[in-house]
Design a protein around this ligand. Structure first.
Ligand SMILES: *Cc1c(COP(=O)(O)O)cnc(C)c1O
Length: 220
């Protein structure tokens, strides 16, 4: 079996190639290695190979494995990429550096309160439900621009970008294009889009970060 470290290098090479093909500056796309369901022992070699940015989708699971790792490697950057319940805002603010899944007023207010209480500095993305799927988290595309503005003006959150998870069975290109357009109109610079199956496409559509799990760590 190919090791996670070998797969990490392969994914990085493909990202570099996709940047080149899209005529983008080398190194402008950040790889967020998605380590959900994998243990600290699986993750550590990937950190030792130089990877610094990681994504987790559950607050409780992340609390179990990351505090020891961030103590050992203080320059790690941890992203929350899964849905956040407001009763977990406190833990999320204390553990994560970036929360990519802000998608409703209540959670924005709760995060703002926790940041003030804990005196932490975090960055945020607004998650957009580009396919308007009823079961999926994220704000409706038609409400995204106004919501970004409210997150900034009313709640004082540093919204850096937008994030999306296109419908699994659809061509992701139009969803990536929509997210790029909304980000431009909302005046945010970052685009978190693309996963193991479509990260090279996402780079072509302007992703500034891609969230890749199984292509690095293997099947979950
Ligand atoms: C699990 C997950 C990923 C990574 O998915 P892979 O297909 O394993 O690369 C990316 N983004 C989110 C939000 C996820 O939950």
């Amino acid at each position: 079996m190919t090791s996670a470290v070998e797969q990490l290098h392969a994914v990085k090479a493909k990202i570099a190639n996709a940047e080149r093909e899209a005529k983008r500056e080398p190194g402008t796309v950040t790889l967020v290695a998605v380590s959900k369901t994998f243990d600290a022992e699986d993750i550590r070699p990937v950190i030792e190979a130089g990877q610094r940015v990681f994504g987790e989708n559950r607050v409780q699971e992340a609390q179990g494995k990351w505090p020891a790792l961030t103590e050992a490697f203080p320059d790690l950057e941890l992203h929350l990429i899964g849905p956040l319940q407001s009763n977990k805002a406190k833990e999320a603010v204390s553990l994560f550096d970036v929360i990519e899944t802000v998608d409703r007023e209540k959670i924005a207010a709760e995060l703002a309160r926790e940041i003030a209480r804990q005196g932490r500095t975090l960055k945020f993305y607004v998650q957009v439900n580009t396919g308007s799927e009823p079961q999926k988290a994220g704000i409706e595309p038609s409400e995204a621009i106004a919501f970004v503005k409210r997150c900034r003006d009313v709640h004082g959150l540093t919204i850096e970008g937008l994030m999306c998870i296109p419908p699994a069975e659809e061509n992701p290109g139009p969803h990536f294009a929509l997210l790029e357009k909304l980000a431009r109109e909302a005046g945010v610079a970052k685009l978190s889009m693309g996963m193991s199956g479509d990260y090279e496409t996402a780079v072509a559509f302007g992703a500034t970060s891609v969230r890749v799990g199984s292509a690095i760590f293997g099947n979950r």
